[in-house]
Design a protein around this ligand. Structure first.
Ligand SMILES: Nc1ncnc2c1ncn2[C@@H]1O[C@H](COP(=O)(O)OP(=O)(O)OP(=O)(O)O)[C@@H](O)[C@H]1O
Ligand SMILES: [Mg+2]
Length: 215
């Protein structure tokens, strides 16, 4: 199972991923946790380039760098770990590119979609959790933060990204779960666990059925 976390900066992705880590440990469920861009040596190097405030990167170069990092991570880690039966938890995945480079930077959404599919070999998360907060809440939460290159892109950029994530939620109602990021983190965690447990039990039933069929 592949699970991704999405949402603007400060929406609580890392907080929820840490809570999920503890939960899987408690349940002895084998899971691997990755961040995007990153997770391989090459992808981490690309991450450094992308987040460096000194770099002037045009939107096309930017998306190509993100997709290059993603292709490396998908091929070297996500697909092999998934094939081993592990749960792969991603701190951002291609929906972030749709929101940031598509809606945020204004690149053609169909091209962005094709690039996402190309980079991931059509890998689609089983579940995505979108933690929704407003731009102002994001600012309040990040008040003491040193902004990286992506984060220092301004208000309109971030409002367009929020519109983008909202649109992705509308387009993918079964996969993309929009959760109010202003709720208490334990309440968000409970909602997430509930959705994951439902999905795991559905998958288990499907596996049992196909085992019966084949054997
Ligand atoms: N549900 C919540 N309610 C209030 N504050 C929260 C909540 N979840 C996280 N925070 C706080 O908001 C800040 C940002 O949270 P976090 O680092 O988890 O967000 P993030 O989505 O991972 O951000 P980034 O995209 O910058 O990595 C932290 O100070 C965290 O403690
Ligand atoms: Mg984070």
């Amino acid at each position: 199972m592949i699970i991704s976390f999405e949402g603007i900066d400060g929406s609580g992705k890392s907080t929820q991923i840490e809570l999920l880590k503890d939960y899987f440990k408690l349940k002895s469920i084998d899971a691997i946790f990755l961040r995007e861009p990153g997770g391989t040596e090459l992808s981490e190097q690309i991450r450094t380039i992308l987040l460096d405030n000194k770099n002037v990167i045009n939107p096309i170069s930017e998306i190509l760098l993100f997709e290059a990092a993603r292709a490396d991570l998908t091929e070297k880690v996500i697909i092999p770990e998934h094939n081993l039966g592990k749960i792969v938890v991603l701190d951002r995945f291609y929906d972030s590119t749709t929101a940031y480079q598509g809606f945020g930077r204004g690149l053609d959404l169909q091209i962005v979609d094709s690039m996402n599919k190309f980079a991931t070999n059509n890998t689609i998360p089983d579940l995505s959790f979108y933690l929704y907060i407003s731009y102002n809440v994001s600012l309040d939460r990040n008040i003491n933060k040193n902004y990286d290159r992506m984060e220092s892109s301004g208000e309109e950029f971030f409002k367009n990204i929020i519109t983008g994530f909202d649109q992705i939620a509308i387009n993918n109602p079964k996969r993309f779960h929009k959760i109010d990021g202003k709720l208490h983190s334990t309440e968000i965690h409970q909602k997430i666990v509930e959705i994951i447990e439902t999905k795991l039990s559905v998958n288990k039933n499907i596996n049992n059925l196909s085992e019966k069929k084949n054997g």
